[in-house]
Design a protein around this ligand. Structure first.
Ligand code: CTP
Length: 426
């Protein structure tokens, strides 16, 4: 795996109409055109009038290899590929960056410039990658407009959180081009896991102390649920072993609810023989009380000592099986992320490990995340994005690695047999 390797999204020859609206992130749309073309898409670009103040049509013409349109009233353009032709040509409309103003106009069905007119005139599905100041994104008006568009079936990609061009920090950054491509590939590309069974574990585990108290952790389960959804989107048959969380089950996923680490181990082990890939994103509690009191424990005015026993390591047990699936672990660390994660990869004999930083408001119980993906032969950073966008990228990488490994192991016995034949012929 190459350091910072490029997204492997495959968009076939998808006809993408890329709309660019006015905002400082408009310059990033230039990179997106290149990456869309690398992924196989045909791209035509429309700039809003305000976008053309930040970036020039010429840049996009050079990168897309196609004329770029900026207004409805361009006689030459209307004589050639008029706006209705362009609307019919598109198989997918992507607007990146989508400004707060553009989102508001789309939500209310305006057709007061070329881009909004095209959105109304086209039957192609629409995806928006918002980018704006974090306060504008958080504003109730923007959130209501986004909810209206989502309810209409518009795919909203991002935004990511981080430092902004305006000097502020928060949600409102345009997703990286790689992430946008991965999202589009999940919607349009070939399905990478058809015929494959994927088992995902997610959420925390709870270890009971007495009938009313337990030891738990801050895991929300969101990352694991997003991974299960992403695997199902890629055509896999997915089983999700979930610790105690209140999240809806992703479409097409079979969910098995558990509570303690030992319950989780049992459910996982039951499913492993039918699984090709195991993705262990659960935050399994490392310890449980020696004894569970049958009655509520009462304080007696003195020190209370709870003796704990170590829980089984589910992931290591799966990886140690003779007939094992492709095994992916997670490492949530507060510091020395790469060092500790690599040690876990080696110690637990994993195929891949997805490492992230937790604590200080990062990782657990948040909506976005970033991942350092480690294998024996390298590492790759998956840029900060919301958990579903990140899960889609992660599942794409897992699918590629699993497929490569599965076809290499199919070739190995044939090679052995050939070598055996050659030896006996000698
Ligand atoms: N894991 C598991 N069973 C356990 C503990 C962890 O299957 N009893 C899995 C997690 O699902 C995760 C990986 O192991 O995929 C790493 O979990 P983590 O809690 O980061 O590591 P630990 O092995 O518990 O090590 P430590 O707590 O010392 O960091």
């Amino acid at each position: 795996m190459a350091e910072q390797s490029q997204a492997q999204g495959n968009l076939g020859s998808l006809r993408v109409l890329l709309g660019v609206s006015g905002g400082i992130a408009a310059y990033k749309a230039a990179e997106l055109v290149r990456r869309l073309r690398d992924a196989g898409a045909e791209v035509r670009v429309v700039l809003t009038e305000n976008a053309a103040r930040f970036v020039t049509p010429l840049t996009f013409q050079a990168l897309s290899g196609q004329p770029v349109r900026t207004g409805l009233w361009d006689e030459a353009a209307e004589a050639a590929m008029g706006h209705i032709e362009l609307a019919r040509w598109a198989r997918r409309i992507v607007i990146a960056p989508a400004s707060a103003d553009l989102i508001a106009r789309l939500a209310h069905g305006f057709a007061d410039d070329l881009l909004t007119t095209l959105c109304l005139a086209s039957a192609a599905p629409l995806a928006l990658a918002p980018a704006m100041n974090q306060q504008m994104w958080a504003h109730a008006a923007t959130q209501a407009n986004v909810a209206t568009l989502r309810a209409r079936g518009v795919d909203v990609l991002g935004p990511a959180a981080g430092s902004q061009a305006c000097g502020e920090f928060g949600a409102g950054r345009l997703l990286e081009a790689d992430t946008i491509i991965a999202e589009l590939a999940a919607l349009h590309g070939p399905k990478l896991l058809v015929g494959t069974s994927v088992l995902v574990s997610a959420g925390p585990t709870f270890e009971d102390i007495d009938p009313v108290r337990f030891i738990g952790n801050r895991s929300s389960g969101r990352m694991g649920f997003a991974v299960a959804q992403a695997a199902a989107e890629q055509g896999a048959s997915v089983h999700l072993v979930a610790g105690p969380v209140h999240l809806p089950t992703p479409a097409g996923v079979v969910r098995i609810d558990v509570r303690s680490a030992r319950d989780m181990r049992e459910a996982v082990m039951l499913q492993i023989p039918q699984s090709n890939i195991y993705i262990s994103s659960a935050a399994v509690g490392d310890f449980r009380p020696n004894d569970v009191a049958t009655h509520k424990l009462k304080k007696n005015g003195s020190e209370f000592v709870l003796t704990l026993t170590e829980n089984p390591d589910i992931l290591a047990a799966v990886a140690a099986l003779k007939k094992r699936p492709f095994v992916v672990g997670f490492a949530a660390e507060t510091h020395n992320v790469e060092g500790y994660a690599r040690a876990k990869l080696e110690r637990k004999k994993l195929d891949l490990i997805a490492a992230n930083r937790v604590g200080n408001g990062e990782g657990f119980d948040t909506c976005d995340n970033e991942i350092l993906l480690l294998s024996r032969d390298g590492s790759e950073r998956l840029a900060r994005a919301d958990k579903l966008a990140l899960a889609r990228q992660l599942v794409t990488r897992i699918a590629e690695r699993y497929t490569a490994q599965a076809s290499a192991s199919k070739r190995a016995p044939a090679r052995k047999a050939r070598a055996g034949k050659e030896r006996s012929a000698r």
